[in-house]
Design a protein around this ligand. Structure first.
Ligand code: SF4
Length: 219
């Protein structure tokens, strides 16, 4: 994650070289990752918000310590705690409905707005409602799921091949890139044949976008 600071540093340096000026600015906008259903990360353990916040503080410090470019780099980051609740709602099953109702009965509304969000209320209601049902907040959020686990949304068919998603997840954890099927060959994820669509538009050899490659070297 600290490599983001190094990338911003290089962006500033490249901008200064290309523009021939020093007043180049760069903004890092970052938030903790929230795994979502029907994605390769539907099995992944969400990062604890304290750990996520600590990493973002380290990133901020790394930028501050950069004497050459640090003042030209702005960091915007969002607190990881709302992300944990977002993760609960994203990958929750019907048992989480009781938590939502409890929060609402306790006065929780407009929780998507920072000034209304009450993390402690969510934590308390989650503990009260989930424990009698044999689960807890961590079970839904910071727990990695095995490939064999039946997920609450498995009965909803978006056309994606589950085995393909799992393989995509494995590739991601090993840093193996998968090419973009809009511009390259089909990855056989299952969507096009299952949904009767034809997303693949390349490789056709034709110009796909009215954009030209910028030839000017930044070196
Ligand atoms: S072209 Fe269609 S089936 Fe192939 S990888 Fe892309 S979305 Fe999936």
């Amino acid at each position: 994650m600290l490599a983001i600071a190094d990338m911003a540093h290089r962006v500033i340096e490249a901008g200064r070289r290309a523009a021939g000026r020093r007043d180049i600015a760069c903004t890092i906008s970052i938030g903790a990752f929230v795994p979502k259903p029907h994605t390769p990360f539907q099995w992944v353990a969400q990062t604890d918000p304290e750990i996520a916040n600590d990493r973002m503080r380290q990133l901020k410090q790394r930028v501050r310590d950069d004497r050459a470019c640090g003042r030209a780099i702005t960091i915007r980051w969002s607190d990881g705690h709302p992300g944990l609740i977002e993760g609960l709602l994203a990958r929750g099953d019907r048992r989480v409905g009781k938590v939502i109702e409890a929060v609402w009965r306790d006065g929780g509304i407009f929780d998507g707005w920072n000034e209304h969000f009450n993390y402690e209320r969510w934590i308390r209601c989650a503990a009260e409602q989930l424990e009698p049902q044999g689960v807890d907040l961590a079970w839904y959020t910071t727990r990695e799921r095995p490939a064999t686990e039946v997920l609450p949304w498995d009965h909803l068919d978006l056309g994606l091949d589950r085995n393909w998603l799992w393989q995509d997840y494995q590739d991601a954890t090993k840093g193996r890139a998968v090419h973009d099927c809009r511009w390259d060959e089909c990855n056989d994820c299952g969507v096009c044949p299952e949904m009767g669509v034809d997303i693949e538009i390349g490789p056709s050899g034709a110009a796909l976008l009215p954009l030209r490659v910028v030839q000017r070297s930044l070196a």
